[in-house]
Design a protein around this ligand. Sequence first.
Ligand SMILES: Nc1ncnc2c1ncn2[C@@H]1O[C@H](COP(=O)(O)OP(=O)(O)OP(=O)(O)O)[C@@H](O)[C@H]1O
Ligand SMILES: O=c1ccn([C@@H]2O[C@H](COP(=O)(O)O)[C@@H](O)[C@H]2O)c(=O)[nH]1
Length: 301
Amino acid sequence: MPLTKGTAKPTTPAQPITAKQPPRQGHKDQLPVIPLIALFFLGSGAFYLLVHTRAGTGDSHYEFSRRDRINSYINIIMPVIPSSDAALPATERKQPLFSPDDAAKNHALVIFVLGGPGAGKGTQCANLVRDYGFRHLSAGDLLRAEQDRPGSEYGDMIRNIIREGQIVPSEVTIALLENAMQDTISSANNRRFLIDGFPRKMDQALAFEQRVVPSRFTLFFDCPEETMRERLLERGKTSGRADDNAESIAKRFRTFVETSMPVVEHFESEGRVVKVNASATPEEVYRRVQEQFAARGISKD
Ligand SMILES: Nc1ncnc2c1ncn2[C@@H]1O[C@H](COP(=O)(O)OP(=O)(O)OP(=O)(O)O)[C@@H](O)[C@H]1O
Ligand SMILES: O=c1ccn([C@@H]2O[C@H](COP(=O)(O)O)[C@@H](O)[C@H]2O)c(=O)[nH]1
C-alpha cells in the first residue's frame, strides 16, 4: 500500500493477537506512519532538487539512460570488472576487442592479406615482417598447428577440411587468431598484424570485424591460376603439405573463386582493397607493396 495521506489507514484486527496486547486505538496506530510520510516527501524533494540543479551541467549521472546508469553504477561499485567485455568468447561479445584507432589504448592495426593459393602471400608477409615490424599471423599455419596439437578436439576436423580445400568454421579460426593477437601484445607489445589467408568467407569477415577489430584494408595479391598452380606444385616437392598436390590444389582454387573472392569483392565495394599484381618476381611484387603502403601512411618502424 502506498504511504500517502489519503490512503494510509490504521488496521483494526477483528481479534486481539494475544491477551497481553493493549487494545489498539486509531490515533496511536497513525503515529509511526506520519514520520515515514514526512521522510518520504523530504527524500523525494531532495532527489528532485539534486536532479534539477545538476541537469544541463553535462556531468549529471541522472541524465543518462537507465542502462547507462546501471552500467556506470556497476563500474563504480565493482571496479574490478573490466569495462570492456574482453573476457567473453568472441561469439558473445557485443563490441570489438580492439580499436582500429591508433590513439586508443587498446588499439590494433590489422591488414588482411588475401589472394589465391600460391599467390605469394606468405613470401611477401615475410618481407613486411622484416622491414615493418608486423607480426605475421597465417590462419592456415595456426590451423595446422592446432590440428597437430596433442589433445586438440578439432584436430581431425581441421585435417579433413584442409585436405578437401574447404573452410574451417569461423569460430575456431577466429579464436586461434584472437589468442595469437593477445599473446603477441602481451609478450612483445606488438600491435601491428598481417592476417594472412583470412577471411576466406563472408561470415568470417563480418564476425572478425565486429568482434575482434575492423581491418585497416585488405592487401590482395592478384595472380593467374596457372601461375599459382605451377608455384604450388613446385612448393609441394618439399613443403610436406597435405594439400600441395594436384587434386587438393584444384579444390582449393574452386573454394577460392566461389567463397573467398566474394569477400574481396565486398571489401572492394567499400574501397578497402589494395590490389597488387603478384605475377612478377618476388622483388618486384614487394616493391609494389611498399609503394602502396607508403601511399597509405604505413611506415617502417
Ligand atoms: N613472385 C613470385 N614468383 C615466383 N615464385 C614465387 C613468388 N612468390 C612466391 N613464390 C613461390 O611460390 C610458392 C607459394 O608462395 P607462398 O607460399 O608465398 O604463397 P601463399 O599465397 O602464401 O600460398 P598459400 O595460400 O598456399 O599458403 C612458394 O614456393 C614461393 O617461394
Ligand atoms: O581462415 C582460414 C584459412 C585457412 N583455412 C584452411 O587452411 C588451408 C590452408 O590455408 P593456407 O592459407 O593456404 O595456408 C585452406 O585451404 C583451408 O582449408 C581455413 O579453413 N580457414
